[in-house]
Design a protein around this ligand. Structure first.
Ligand code: NAD
Length: 290
């Protein structure tokens, strides 16, 4: 396929490289990056014109909406705008509406898997939009990832992503505070892991991404809490979840609390640039009054 790829940062560049390696014709655009080996156009609209599919991988919903406004008039009729960024549900739905009005289709397909998954082509996509458009881009999702789940109407990919990451933020905090409590009660961390990972307190945070160094499978905790999945990105996703919850009048007290804790960690403490599991050393050094 002929693909326009807009936004070639940490995630977009390796995704575009995998599409090129699979034999697709890719033309990229990014105002601030010119990654090696990816043919570039001089503007977003030039990258989009004549493309069968335009993929965007951008920082936020406002930038996505402004790029969509630029590119939609240049995309051939009935082609697909595939957005893989993590953005707010409302922006995703606004872009889908704009695409429909321009005679195009939009699919929101945010990813889980991070830079490692983007490089290896093992991302998971969660997609919203018209099912026919999802089917049309499925071969591309198969190159960039190993799993794609169709979640229904426009915006539902973003909805799935923020619900998943809200659970992840909450369970990571719960796992970290439980380890800090276990330490203070004199319970050995390995014993704690052996019990919880095979009991009803188990979760992905404990079993697959254990925040305690030297315990469980290898994780960022074993690498000085280098991300991995940065606390800053977890904070972004928790804020998107709270914005969506406010708009939908959903009661999400633990999601709110997780957002507040990650905001403090990233903006006032030492969490910026560290993995989101570095909540454990944060709790370790605190008492109830801190
Ligand atoms: P990044 O900041 O490395 O890349 C974003 C790119 O978009 C940058 O190169 C920037 O120059 C470009 N850009 C900004 N404005 C633009 C415009 N108007 N036109 C074209 N390009 C523009 O970010 P990233 O880590 O690649 O993340 C991209 C998206 O993927 C984000 O929405 C992020 O939340 C999501 N995501 C990231 C990860 C991760 O681990 N990095 C994991 C899952 C999802």
């Amino acid at each position: 396929m002929k693909i326009g790829f807009i936004g070639l940062g940490n995630m977009g560049a390796p995704m575009a490289r995998n599409l090129l390696a699979a034999g697709h014709v890719v033309t990229g655009f990014d105002p601030a990056a010119s990654p090696k080996g990816i043919p570039m156009a001089a503007s977003a609209s030039a990258a989009a014109s004549g493309a069968d599919v335009v993929i965007t991988m951008l920082p936020n919903g406002d930038i996505l909406k402004s790029v969509a406004q630029d590119i939609h008039p240049h995309m051939p009729p009935r082609t697909v705008h595939l957005d893989c960024s993590t953005v707010d549900v409302e922006s995703a739905r606004a872009v889908a509406q704009a695409a429909t009005e321009a005679g195009l289709s939009a699919v929101d397909a945010p990813v889980s898997g991070g830079v490692g998954g983007a490089t290896l082509g093992t991302l998971t996509f969660m997609a919203g939009g018209p099912e026919a458009a999802f089917e049309a881009v499925l071969p591309l999702l198969g190159v960039m990832g190993q799993r794609a789940v169709f979640c229904g109407a426009a915006g539902n990919g973003q909805a799935a992503k923020i619900c998943n990451n809200m659970i992840l933020g909450i369970t990571m905090i719960g796992t970290c505070e439980a380890f800090a409590l276990a330490d203070k009660l004199g319970l050995d961390r390995q014993a704690m892991f052996d019990v919880v990972s095979t009991s009803s307190g188990s979760s992905w945070s404990m079993n697959s991404y254990c925040p305690a160094p030297g315990i469980g499978p290898e994780s960022p905790a074993d690498n000085g809490y280098r991300p991995g999945f940065a606390a800053d990105l977890m904070l972004k996703d928790l804020r998107l979840a709270q914005a969506a919850a406010a708009a939908a009048d959903a009661d999400t007290p633990l999601g709110q609390h997780a957002q507040d804790l990650y905001a403090r960690f990233v903006e006032e403490e030492d969490g910026a640039g560290r993995d989101f599991s570095a909540m454990l050393p944060r709790f370790e050094k605190r008492g109830r009054g801190d």
